[in-house]
Design a protein around this ligand. Structure first.
Ligand code: ADP
Ligand code: ADP
Length: 225
């Protein structure tokens, strides 16, 4: 059974007096453990697709099904609850809390979700070690390199054990070598936790290393290769 299923997603934005269709009958299934690359030109609708799949935005029509649960008819509160527990997000910019250390950044969302500090710290250190950051746990974001900050952001995004990770150009600010290193760590994390991921990227070499690749063509999701 897919962890994420999109069925007949349509989304348009208003543009002046008209409408700008972005997604048209977009269908997609992501299976447990899969890492899927989303490769499409700027403006094709990648962010829109990730935001709809991650319940940050509603489609005009169509169904988003996460973990077998249809999310369309749910109210905003129920969608937020599912988003907090089932979905993780990583962006091009890390959005770490600057006054908190790496481990604290990973612990805070777990404590907000109700875990005690000790258990949250144990899990946080485990996640940081998948990201090869054990030695950086007590550093502030400003004391970390760009690649390290992004690895902390990835660890934080999965702190509450989501089913699906959505990453929007997670290595977009990094040089090629660092990008590969961050992706290796991300993949190790996915393998270790049984997570699934959709990763929007312009980096074709990175995309080539993922399990699957999709693109957007005239608002539809098309499998590559
Ligand atoms: P990508 O991530 O592939 O660059 P986006 O999903 O960000 O594409 O945007 C797709 C198109 O939708 C772009 O033309 C963008 O300007 C437009 N768009 C995105 N969000 C909005 C919005 N909230 N209101 C109006 N237009 C939007
Ligand atoms: P990058 O080129 O990847 O951005 P940096 O030159 O920023 O890397 O950092 C190189 C190394 O030095 C990293 O491992 C980083 O953790 C460490 N580092 C950078 N700034 C500080 C700092 N202010 N305090 C402690 N360690 C630092």
């Amino acid at each position: 059974e897919p962890v994420l299923k999109l069925v007949g997603i349509e989304k348009s934005y208003r543009e002046g007096d008209g409408v700008l269709p972005i997604l048209r009958q977009a269908d997609f299934s992501l299976f447990p453990g899969e890492v899927c690359g989303l490769v499409a030109p700027s403006g094709a609708g990648k962010s829109t697709l990730l935001h709809i799949a991650g319940l940050l935005e509603r489609p005009d029509t169509g169904e988003v099904i996460i973990g077998g649960r249809s999310c369309g008819s749910l109210d905003d509160g129920a969608r937020t609850a599912i988003r907090r527990t089932e979905v993780g997000f990583v962006y091009q910019f890390h959005h770490l809390l600057p006054e908190f250390t790496a481990i604290e950044n990973v612990v805070v969302p777990q404590m907000i979700a109700g875990l005690d500090r000790k258990e949250a710290t144990r899990r946080g250190m485990e996640l940081l070690s998948y990201m090869k950051l054990e030695q950086r746990a007590s550093h502030l974001p400003a004391e970390l390199s760009g690649g390290e900050r992004q690895r902390v952001a990835i660890a934080r995004s999965v702190a509450n054990a989501p089913r699906v990770l959505f990453a929007d150009e997670p290595t977009g600010n990094l040089d090629p070598k660092t990008s590969h290193y961050v992706f290796d760590a991300l993949q190790a994390l996915v393998r270790a936790t049984g997570l699934s991921a959709v990763i929007a990227t312009h980096n074709h070499e990175l995309a080539a290393r993922m399990d699957r690749r999709i693109t957007l063509e005239e608002g539809r999701i098309v499998e590559l290769e």
